[in-house]
Design a protein around this ligand. Structure first.
Ligand code: COA
Length: 240
């Protein structure tokens, strides 16, 4: 983005590929609304004039900070908040964290996701850190929302011992090591009216509700008129 700021609008357009509820994590504004602050860690993939992929990452201080020192259990939200505080304080990064890779459906299966991951790693090397970390959203977890993430992420293919999930597998093949589950990586709250708009579901009864595209069930409280989604992700560490 530092080199081609003109691609920002095309990259923004890919946002519509996310399930609507995913666009309502309030922490996300601390990164996406301030992209200029981290332009050298933001990438677009183009085919002609069309933006067909995007990748976002952010420098963050993890080591050497008294309240940190390890990857946060609140994964994506945690690292975005830390990076924001680092930016305000002028604190130098010890890591770069990946935040998102998105490839347009027309260009999936072409190796673009790996190239975007490699671009993030190159930019991380440039700022002198020795690890890229990633709170990974496994791409097929939504197919079995009831399965605990610890069980899902640990599943390996018998033929080669690689992760069963394709997106985790790509990270491992690219040199990443699965570190831990971050159980509260994204927390998205809303009134039932908001959640109905975001999901198209009736959500009339209290209790867990399966939402298309969600990695775990949504917690619905009809009496209190709110619902809470807590998304687990998987920390992957890429040595550089
Ligand atoms: C995750 C994503 C970036 C991967 O991009 P991609 O172009 O599909 O990546 P690749 O083509 O390199 O595929 C990676 C692996 O997934 C497999 N795969 C891709 N699509 C698949 C599908 N629909 N079902 C099963 N496996 C699939 C590929 O076969 C490959 O596995 P293998 O080479 O080990 O067999 C892309 O699917 C995407 O943009 N998804 C939506 C956004 C998202 O979830 N991003 C990740 C979280 S930030």
């Amino acid at each position: 983005m530092a080199v081609r700021p003109d691609l920002a609008d095309g990259a923004d357009a890919l946002t519509t590929l996310w399930p609507t509820f995913m666009l309502h994590d309030p922490i996300a504004d601390l990164f996406y609304a301030r992209q200029d602050d981290h332009a050298t860690h933001i990438f677009s993939a183009v085919d002609g004039d069309e933006v067909v992929g995007r990748a976002y990452s952010v420098p963050v201080a993890i080591d050497g900070h008294p309240a940190r020192g390890t990857l946060p259990a609140d994964g994506w939200d945690g690292v975005v908040r830390w990076a924001w505080l680092d930016h305000l304080a002028g604190r130098p990064p010890t890591h770069v964290s990946a935040l998102e890779i998105m490839v347009a459906p027309s260009h999936r299966g072409t190796g673009l996701a790996l190239r975007l991951l490699e671009a993030m790693k190159d930019a991380a090397r440039e700022v002198g850190v020795t690890e890229l970390v990633a709170p990974v959203r496994p791409s097929r977890k939504h197919e079995e929302p009831e399965t605990p993430m610890t069980v899902y992420a640990a599943r390996l293919r018998p033929e080669d011992g690689m992760p069963t999930d394709p997106w985790l597998r790509l990270h491992v093949r690219a040199g990443g090591r699965i570190h831990s589950v971050c159980p509260t990586s994204m927390t998205i709250t809303g009134t039932l009216a908001q959640w109905r708009t975001w999901t198209g579901l009736a959500l009339e009864r209290s209790g867990p509700a399966v939402v298309p595209g969600a990695l775990t069930p949504l917690h619905v409280d009809a009496a209190q008129d709110h619902a809470v989604y807590v998304e687990p992700n998987v920390w992957v560490v890429h040595p550089l």
